[in-house]
Design a protein around this ligand. Structure first.
Ligand code: SME
Length: 151
């Protein structure tokens, strides 16, 4: 999609720009949530130095109780464990899932790698069922590649 190439360029400009790290991550969350209709909650989780937990970083959307997630738990924890993008097209069918809001129907989590290690993740929730296509996966993996240099 055309909008995805434009957004990828805008994210590149934010990453290369003058803001502080957390402000850059916040700006990316807001950009994605504002400009992509099926992205209802967009946030970064950052891995702790101990590598046992993910801690919520900047996000755009409603507050969540899941501010700390052990690796292996929920969709976020599983993506950190496997180092692979995890798409859940219907969260009601996923047993290892941590619900943030009953409105959420599908979710994608993309790990952010640096030197082969997971340093964080981009997590996006949608209120639509089966919201995420292969195009979303490729787009968000491109974003996480750009963000990897920040973390
Ligand atoms: N649903 C996630 C928890 C984080 S919230 O979506 C913000 C999970 O199962 O890991």
């Amino acid at each position: 999609m055309k909008v995805y190439s434009a957004l990828l360029r805008e994210v590149g400009a934010i990453v290369a720009g003058p803001l502080e790290q957390n402000q850059k991550l916040q700006a990316i969350c807001e950009l994605l949530r504002d400009r992509v209709a099926h992205y209802d909650w967009v946030g970064f989780y950052l891995i702790e130095p101990s590598a046992t937990d993910l801690v919520l970083g900047p996000y755009a959307g409603e507050p969540t109780e899941h501010v700390r997630i052990p690796v292996g738990r929920g969709i976020c924890g599983q993506a950190a464990e496997t180092k692979q993008t995890f798409v859940v097209q219907d969260v009601s069918q996923e047993s290892n899932y941590l619900s943030c809001s009953p409105k959420v129907r599908s979710e994608i989590v993309v790990p952010i790698l640096r030197d082969g290690k997971v340093v964080g993740e981009l997590d996006i929730d949608s209120h639509a069922l089966e919201a995420f296509s292969e195009e979303d996966t490729a787009f968000l993996e491109g974003i996480c590649k750009a963000v990897g240099s920040l973390l």
